[in-house]
Design a binder for this molecule. Structure first.
Ligand code: PLP
Length: 402
């Protein structure tokens, strides 16, 4: 029997890499546009973009040129010195969001962690001992102790308890419950405008209005975790704006750097005024390479017309997915916006992922029964349809199996 590259890679990882991920037996070695190629030379249409990261697809000429030029010039200098790109990126992001300042870090989790710290700092500065948190059922905010404390999944949380206390969970469908839960003791409310890992649940404008009202009444800080739904993913700069949510703090990550790790916390003026020198910091956060990549992504979104493209694409995807659902009785719901969609099945969607890979399309299963699609923003209608045809075939095989 001949061993493949995948076998060798797998065997070495099994010996030396901490076993925290259950990976598919595929080794990608190259990408081009919205296509990935594996070590055996097989091509795949990518409807996942590395979990919502590679917004510009693979080998995007402007992104490649920008990070190549920056790599040759200067990668990193630390936050002990100025460089010109943090201010530029902060200016772009605050203009897009209506918030007033940015803090840069390296991941979505860190962006949320900074939100939690900044909310704590705000109440500390105001001399109020508020520690109560309101978070949503089906939420995901990351795996560090703080971010994990506001992530609802028991399976992720339980082995690491005790976490931050005083978290009350509210259904994402029940604005009245939210209004009743947020009181004068509530320090912060943290929500994903579209819950990603939890199964792609967009919050309704009515739910957003309830959050705004609860905050206005009690002073509770509102944190929008836009790590997955932001940075143009839904055809809006941030999905908060689409549903009328008015956050004081916003967490960004994933697509922001198009594949170069960067996270950001955006902060309104009221909270920003309570933060002092030395309150927070990071070695890598907002380095030249990361900011250069993010500036290129933002340029494409706004100047390059990519955000408008994602908005139009979302209409097309919605129509196509609803047609797909009408052909497969195992699909019970279709939810999403722009380039962020979930197909909920009436059973575990796990087996779909390898069936789809065998047919040359990359998709993801989340929340047990949901097939999640997070295609690169640059995908065309025709390319999406090609991927969907392959997913259609995988669903047909799934139906036959089970
Ligand atoms: C992915 C994600 C995170 C965590 O981001 P990392 O970059 O993995 O740390 C946090 N919140 C949401 C909504 C996410 O989708």
């Amino acid at each position: 029997m001949t061993t493949t590259v995948v076998d060798d890679v797998q065997a070495r990882e099994l010996r030396h890499v901490l076993q925290t991920y259950r990976r598919q037996p595929v080794t990608f070695v190259r990408g081009e546009g919205v296509r990935l190629f594996d070590s055996e030379g097989r091509g795949y249409l990518d409807l996942l973009s590395g979990i919502g990261v590679c917004a510009l697809g693979y080998g995007h000429p402007r992104l490649v040129a920008a990070i190549t030029e920056q790599t040759n010039r200067l990668l990193h200098t630390s936050n002990l010195f100025y460089h010109s790109l943090q201010g530029e990126l902060a200016e772009r992001l605050t203009t897009l969001s209506g918030l007033s300042r940015a803090f840069f870090c390296n991941s979505g989790t860190e962006a949320n962690e900074a939100c939690l710290k900044f909310a704590r700092r705000y109440w500390h500065t105001r001399g109020e001992k508020r520690t109560k948190i309101v978070a949503l059922e089906e939420s995901f905010h990351g795996r560090t102790i703080g971010a994990l404390s506001v992530t609802s999944d028991e399976h992720y949380r339980q082995p690491f308890e005790p976490l931050l206390g005083d978290v009350t969970w509210v259904s994402n469908q029940d604005p009245a419950q939210l209004l009743a839960t947020v009181t004068g003791d509530t320090a912060l409310i943290i929500v994903e405008p579209i819950q990603g890992e939890g199964g792609v649940y967009p919050l309704t404008p009515a739910f957003a209005a309830a959050i705004n009202e609860a905050s206005r009444r009690t002073g509770a800080i509102v944190i929008a975790d836009e790590v997955q739904s932001g940075s143009g993913r839904t055809g809006y700069p941030f999905y908060s704006a689409a549903i009328g949510l008015k956050p004081h703090l916003m967490a960004l990550g994933k697509a922001l750097g198009g594949g170069i790790p960067i996270g950001a916390t955006l902060i309104d003026d009221e909270v920003a005024r309570t933060i002092s020198f030395g309150d927070h910091g990071t070695t890598y956060g907002g380095n030249l390479l990361a900011c250069r990549a993010a500036l290129t992504v933002v340029d494409e979104l706004v100047g390059g017309g990519l955000m408008a493209h994602v908005g139009r694409l979302g209409q097309h995807i919605g129509t196509r997915l609803r047609a797909l659902a009408s052909r497969h009785s195992c699909i019970v719901d279709v939810r999403g916006a722009g380039a962020m969609w979930g197909l909920e099945l009436n059973r575990d969607a796990g087996p779909i992922v390898p069936l789809a890979l065998e047919r040359g399309v990359v998709v993801n299963r989340t929340a047990e029964r949901v097939i999640r699609l997070l295609p690169p923003y640059v995908i065309t209608d025709a390319e999406f349809d090609e991927g969907l045809e392959r997913l259609d075939a995988a669903l047909a095989a799934f139906g036959v199996q089970g």
